[in-house]
Design a protein around this ligand. Structure first.
Ligand code: SF4
Length: 397
């Protein structure tokens, strides 16, 4: 590789150049832990929710005092988890109002997403969230086959998920995402297609479609080790991917990221900011922030997080100062997740580097293998590169 020297220790100060940032709030409570999940969240925690909310408000004040978000305006707010809908709608409304009062907001309409689990909301709660100013809802459906939902330990049925979609529309949400998963235990290509067809009938605006990955330390990882977890084979998973491509295209969804599909104008702006390696402030325990060339993670301990914020102590578990090269590589890898890839001119502006010269032979080989392609200033994964994205990224990291 011809690694050209980069001129400044943190060359990416201008990032995408729009002065925007995302706000992410991590709500670390769940009804119970799903056996495949490695996100930071705890089951229950009812008694700690007000302490958590007060700590998040304290964290907002401290981040603003730090000056790290100086000159930035929040263009998106995303409340995720965990299970945000375990908080009362009034609590979610109060948090949103608090963010709007304390962070400067972008002039255009701020995309404001909230994730809900079908087991935890009804029509009244959804209407309250809509009135509070949430304008995008993300529903954790995962599958519309009850047997599969039971296999992955979800606390809701397919009928409850469908009801939640109807209630969200009835509440006034005009921008609705459904999360779906394939590669599940007991799932077949036919049952995955059944989920996709049923999902399309509900007319979502956006679909996030993820393959189940077995994360170390989860009950599913232990079951796999014991040989008691029966997952679809590689060929079946490839077929599921092909079915996904066909069914989403047929329903006129366009794929704009490896796992994300949207109707025109309904791409998730919050996640696009991540893939463009923009700035974001992560709020709540376990949340990651990327601000002014630093990546920081808050401690994954709700009580300790609340104590530290309450007593004026530092709440980060780690702070990583990103040098220009690390930031450049991240920007390339994240950007290639999107179907329109990265602009080579934009990379040159942000990092003062010619990306083709920087990656040299590695990129040439990837192009020869048909995994990466370039045209009109864009470098992107080819359709085959999308399938083998992890292998491509491993060579560029
Ligand atoms: S509801 Fe979501 S965050 Fe909570 S345990 Fe299940 S997968 Fe993890």
């Amino acid at each position: 590789m011809t690694a050209e020297p980069l001129l400044t220790p943190y060359a990416d100060v201008a990032d995408s150049g729009d002065g925007g940032m995302g706000l992410y709030l991590h709500v670390p409570f769940c009804l119970r832990k799903c056996p495949y999940c490695s996100f930071f969240s705890v089951a229950g925690g009812n008694g700690r929710r007000w302490d958590y909310i007060r700590a998040v408000e304290g964290q907002v004040r401290r981040i603003i005092e730090s000056g790290w978000t100086e000159g930035r305006q929040a263009a998106t707010i995303f409340v995720g988890g965990g299970t945000p809908s375990l908080l009362e709608p009034e609590q979610l409304a109060a948090l949103l109002a608090y963010f709007r009062r304390h962070f400067p907001m972008a002039a255009e309409e701020v995309e404001t997403s909230v994730e809900v689990n079908p087991a935890t909301v009804g029509g009244a709660e959804l209407a309250r969230l809509c009135r509070a100013g949430y304008n995008r809802i993300s529903i954790g459906v995962q599958s519309l086959v009850d047997r599969e939902l039971r296999e992955i330990g979800r606390p809701h049925t397919a009928a409850e998920a469908i009801r939640t979609v109807h209630e969200a529309r009835g509440a006034g949400f005009a921008n609705l995402n459904m999360d779906l998963m394939y590669g599940l235990p007991a799932q077949t290509v036919a049952s995955w297609e059944q989920t996709l067809v049923a999902a399309m009938e509900l007319e979502p605006d956006h679909l996030a479609v993820y393959e189940l990955t077995i994360e170390e330390g989860t009950p599913f990882a232990r079951r796999r080790q014991q040989g008691s977890l029966c997952l679809p084979g590689e060929d079946e998973v490839m077929e599921m991917m092909a079915v996904t491509a066909a069914r989403t295209a047929q329903a006129e969804f366009s794929r704009y990221e490896i796992s994300n599909y949207a109707r025109p104008g309904k791409q998730c702006r919050h996640n696009i900011n991540y893939w463009r390696n923009g700035w974001y402030a992560g709020l709540g325990p376990g949340a990651v922030s990327c601000l002014a060339g630093r990546r920081c993670r808050a401690i994954e301990d709700i009580d300790e997080f609340c104590r530290r914020i309450g007593s004026g102590k530092e709440w980060w578990s780690d702070i990583e100062e990103l040098d220009a090269e690390a930031r450049l590589r991240e920007t390339v890898i994240m950007g290639l997740r999107m179907t329109d890839g990265i602009s080579m001119t934009e990379i040159a502006r942000r990092f003062n580097v010619d990306i083709l010269a920087y990656y040299g032979d590695i990129l040439l080989r990837l192009e020869e293998q048909g995994l990466v392609e370039q045209s009109n200033d864009r470098l992107r994964l080819s359709p085959a590169g999308m399938v083998f994205a992890n292998q491509v990224m491993a060579r560029l990291v």
